[in-house]
Design a protein around this ligand. Structure first.
Ligand SMILES: *[C@@H]1O[C@H](CO)[C@@H](O)[C@H](O)[C@H]1NC(C)=O
Ligand SMILES: *[C@@H]1O[C@H](CO)[C@@H](O)[C@H](O)[C@H]1NC(C)=O
Ligand SMILES: *[C@@H]1O[C@H](CO)[C@@H](O)[C@H](O)[C@H]1NC(C)=O
Ligand SMILES: *[C@@H]1O[C@H](CO)[C@@H](O)[C@H](O)[C@H]1NC(C)=O
Ligand SMILES: *[C@@H]1O[C@H](CO)[C@@H](O)[C@H](O)[C@H]1NC(C)=O
Ligand SMILES: *[C@@H]1O[C@H](CO)[C@@H](O)[C@H](O)[C@H]1NC(C)=O
Ligand SMILES: *[C@@H]1O[C@H](CO)[C@@H](O)[C@H](O)[C@H]1NC(C)=O
Ligand SMILES: *[C@@H]1O[C@H](CO)[C@@H](O)[C@H](O)[C@H]1NC(C)=O
Ligand SMILES: CC(=O)N[C@H]1CO[C@H](CO)[C@@H](O)[C@@H]1O
Length: 818
């Protein structure tokens, strides 16, 4: 029986695979899908960027992605991390991309390598090394010889590294797909004919590298030759225009699981239900066969790697959070979705599709395979109302904006809006507060004046071209002769971004900052000048390099004009004699390292709130191996280092309209030793280190809420009762609440349990309703206490009788993990 089925499948594949398929070693494609080692596959992929975590975290991140039902891991390649100076390469430690790809391979997953090498990715300068900026005549991402030479050189280097390790699928390795360029379609127009020529060159150059696996260009509807154009966005099931050739498959390279966060704005939220709806719609309505979650694990922008105004925490709301913990129900709901879709893969990939309307906003998509296998998808596109639709002599209830998946065209395996997986709450356990003043030492930055600077110019210099991205900081200093001491004087500065701290004669006179949407700002303040020479010192701060847009090489930051006005005069100092200091003294001496720390004279901690102050202390790691985070809620703005390694910029004082800000900063366990870790904070605005603590991060609470109309999790079906081979088993599956504590913790307490009509849900407050089984807590406690996981069927028998016959009941449980 099995053999017969296999033969039928093989014939179908052979028919579909012939003619239009493009050969590329062991990975080919046609209009329906990628064909890997001769097999069609629906590929679920997830982005995990190796430099946004640590090599110690990679194995568990990849393992959790695999457990979540992913087939592939996608990463960009970060050029400026690998080639900080021309010809000087770094592929060590956290930059060891070969080790990362091999870890993916070791766990039996595919890899997708998005080389770019322009990547955007909310990463400093979009991944381009800053030294490119200084190459005479260069125009980035255009038909420009100098740029093409360097882009080709780096792309070729990466490809040859992968080849020499046999990492392409065509060599037996895991890499099934590569990407050249990135979202160029959004800027191409600005480059005119040279943009078109560049796209064609990039495609040819990439194909010439002979990887044996296909190339994609995302958001590039005119992707040339065999290069596949793919979709990025949140709603590719609605927005994708489709492949530009009937022989290319429909690929979604970036299905945003949320959005990245910027300082001053709230963390964007995207629900598990919404992601599941659009993924299913893409597969069904756009013939999608490849979906990549951007991000599956966002991680941390260590050091100064974040681009302008992007927070240090990156896509913390992704299925795996910044610390590598599962974000529930997102992770679990998508795992169920993947399992349900994979049950349909034969009819999806080899079947004939028909679709028709079941109601004004309701549609059915049916896929019939030659083998007789049939899968159906019932879509309710009404965002407000549920619908009951007739389909094949039965009636199906569809919640608003949802899709039901019927792997046998009869029984519902999954509905995108019905979450039966558990919800989790993350807790930050307050660590020891470092509140003893004598534990801290401080070093105050000297405020430079014109005489102490050596770099000079007769005008205000552009910031990036001056610092060469060696620091976020550039001091602009001016020596100003003033005739009297009593006039009202206004200092008037305009800046192209991103922030400014102004000092006159060593005294702070004000600070101002731009925003992600509008980095430019004007600053006006009254200052009192002395008679004679006055020292004006303006610290211009960048919060990351720009990462996108056409002509990135021409982008500008820093001070644009400086004026000083009094009642009589309006004096423009824009083209005056300016002195410059690049970076802070502490940065130059690397006082955040053990060695550099001894090069300056530290003093005893004096008082909180001083600007431009460095703080240092020693801190012990919290015991155990749970993730840890530095709580910097009491600090202003700056950067933090642990044992000489930067954990990123911090800026908890930049509140959002709703008052929140990033206050916890990931400290990977591998950065820490058990005791005596050197912690250095560089504070720019003024903060209080005496409230800082090293906190633990854990999932302390899990919650499940399942109604009698929910379905049992698809992923827990056993191999042999899968599919319509045993429809009775499919329909007989009982809904259940399944709870699991993370890693080594166990269920220590049931804080709420109600079988009946509990009120609220796992996201909001909850309470017992009018109908409640008195046994609820006892039954759940018996099943769960002291266990790492437990499962309780939503059935009256289990709860010793029906507390309210004829009412629709559900079971809601909240448990503590310890
Ligand atoms: C190209 O890369 C090679 C190493 O792969 C290096 O030796 C050479 O200098 C590079 N050329 C340019 C123009 O960067
Ligand atoms: C406000 O912030 C809280 C906590 O970060 C968040 O849960 C909530 O969704 C935010 N509200 C809005 C409107 O963004
Ligand atoms: C999907 O494939 C079917 C053929 O099976 C075709 O009729 C349909 O137009 C395709 N849909 C899209 C959006 O490309
Ligand atoms: C579904 O609704 C969206 C708006 O929410 C609309 O843009 C889209 O065209 C609708 N699709 C169908 C197939 O009705
Ligand atoms: C629906 O019912 C009719 C009449 O009972 C029957 O002829 C038909 O085969 C049924 N269709 C399906 C898909 O079960
Ligand atoms: C960058 O600075 C150099 C001097 O270091 C100068 O020659 C060049 O014109 C500047 N370029 C831009 C774009 O400002
Ligand atoms: C300005 O700086 C010079 C040193 O370059 C110093 O001698 C002078 O006192 C300063 N002026 C004021 C008003 O602080
Ligand atoms: C400063 O000099 C530049 C050219 O060097 C000129 O374009 C600009 O207008 C001048 N600005 C002022 C305010 O004089
Ligand atoms: C291509 C695509 O789907 N882009 C969409 C991505 O999501 C944002 C925000 O929802 C939309 O504005 C884009 O149109």
């Amino acid at each position: 029986m099995r053999r017969v089925l296999f033969l039928v499948a093989a014939v179908v594949l052979a028919v579909l695979g012939s003619g239009s398929a493009v050969r590329g070693g062991d990975v080919t494609y046609d209009g329906r899908s990628l064909i890997i080692n001769g097999q069609r596959k629906i590929v679920f992929s997830g982005s995990i960027h190796y430099p946004r975590s640590t090599p110690e975290m990679w194995p568990s991140l990849i393992a959790k992605a695999k457990e979540g039902g992913l087939d592939a891991i996608e990463t960009y390649v970060f050029w400026n991390a690998h080639e900080p100076q021309p010809g000087h390469y770094d592929f060590s430690g956290g930059h060891d991309i070969v080790r990362f790809i091999k870890e993916v391979q070791a766990q039996g997953l595919y890899a997708c390598l998005r080389i770019g090498p322009f990547i955007q990715s909310e990463w400093s300068y979009g991944g381009l090394p800053f030294w490119l900026h200084d190459i005479p005549g260069i125009v980035f991402r255009s038909d420009n010889e100098p740029f093409k030479v360097h882009m080709q050189n780096f792309t070729a280097k990466v490809v040859s590294m992968m080849k020499s390790e046999n990492l392409y699928a065509s060599q037996g390795g895991p890499i099934i797909l590569s990407q050249i360029e990135n979202e160029y379609g959004t800027v191409q127009k600005a480059y005119g004919q040279e943009g078109l020529a560049y796209v064609q060159w990039a495609a040819q150059m990439a194909e010439g590298l002979q990887t044996g696996v296909p190339w994609v260009m995302c958001k590039q509807n005119n992707a040339p030759g065999h290069v596949i154009n793919s979709c990025n966005g949140m709603k590719c099931g609605q927005t994708f225009v489709g492949p530009n050739s009937p022989n290319k498959p429909s690929i979604w390279t970036e299905n945003w699981t949320t959005r990245y966060r910027v300082y001053g704005e709230d963390a964007p939220i995207r629900s598990a239900e919404d992601i599941a709806f659009h993924v299913t719609l893409f597969i069904v309505a756009k013939n999608g066969s490849f979906v990549n979650y951007y991000m599956y694990h966002g991680g941390t922008n260590f050091g100064r790697t974040a681009s302008a105004f992007v927070t240090t925490s990156y896509y913390d709301q992704a299925p795996l959070d910044e610390y590598g913990l599962t974000t529930q129900p997102k992770w679990g709901h998508l795992k169920e979705l993947h399992a349900a879709i994979q049950l349909c893969s034969t009819p999806l990939l080899s079947g004939v599709q028909v679709n028709f309307y079941l109601g004004p906003q309701q549609q059915a998509y049916i896929f019939n395979a030659v083998s007789g296998e049939c899968a159906a998808f019932l879509i309710n596109n009404d965002s407000r109302n549920a619908a009951s639709v007739p389909f094949r002599n039965a009636s199906y209830d569809l919640p608003p904006m949802s899709i039901s998946i019927l792997p046998d065209c009869k029984n519902v395996a999954f509905n995108t809006a019905k979450v039966s997986t558990q919800y989790t709450a993350r807790t930050m356990g307050r660590g020891e507060v470092l509140d003893a003043a004598d534990m801290w030492q401080e070093f105050t930055e000297a405020i430079p004046n014109f005489d102490s600077t050596s770099t000079r110019s007769e005008t205000l210099l552009e910031q990036m071209n001056t610092t060469k991205d060696s620091s976020d900081y550039l001091w602009y200093t001016l020596r100003l002769q003033h005739e009297s001491s009593d006039t009202q004087t206004i200092l008037d500065v305009s800046s192209l971004g991103h922030a400014l701290h102004a000092f006159v004669n060593g005294q702070a006179v004000g600070s101002v900052q731009g925003s992600h949407k509008n980095p430019r700002f004007k600053f006006e303040t009254s200052v009192s000048l002395s008679k004679g020479i006055n020292n004006v010192s303006l610290l211009s701060v960048m919060v990351g390099m720009p990462d996108s847009g056409a002509f990135l090489e021409n982008r500008a930051a820093g001070l644009r004009t400086v004026m000083i006005r009094d009642k009589q005069d309006n004096n423009d100092f824009t083209n005056d004699s300016w002195g410059y200091q690049i970076g802070l003294q502490g940065e130059t001496s690397q006082i955040y390292t053990e060695q550099g720390s001894s090069q300056v004279r530290w003093k005893k901690f004096s008082v909180a709130g001083n600007p431009l102050t460095w703080y240092k202390t020693r801190v012990d790691a919290p015991p155990g191996d749970v993730p840890v985070a530095l709580n910097l809620a009491s600090m202003g703005k700056g950067e933090a280092w642990v044992n000489g390694r930067s954990i990123g910029r911090y800026w908890p004082s930049y509140r959002t309209p709703n008052g929140s800000a990033q206050t916890w900063y990931n400290v990977p366990r591998s950065f820490l030793k058990p005791a005596g870790n050197l912690l250095v904070l560089q504070e720019e605005k003024g903060g209080n280190p005496l409230q800082v603590s090293l906190d633990t991060v854990s999932i302390s609470q899990v919650c499940g809420h399942v109604t009698a109309s929910h379905l049992a999790p698809v992923s827990s079906w056993t191999e042999h009762n899968q599919r319509y081979k045993n429809p009775a088993k499919v329909s007989g599956r009982r809904p259940k609440v399944q709870l699991a504590c993370p890693s080594k913790s166990k269920i220590s307490r049931i804080s709420f349990a109600s079988y009946g009509t509990p009120l609220g849900n796992c996201r909001n407050s909850l309470a017992v309703g009018t109908c409640h089984s008195q046994n609820s807590k006892a039954v759940v406690e018996e099943a769960c206490l002291g266990k790492m996981k437990c499962s309780i069927p939503v059935s009256e028998r289990r709860f010793g009788g029906d507390p309210c016959p004829a009412k629709a009941k559900s079971l809601m449980v909240v448990a503590e993990c310890r």
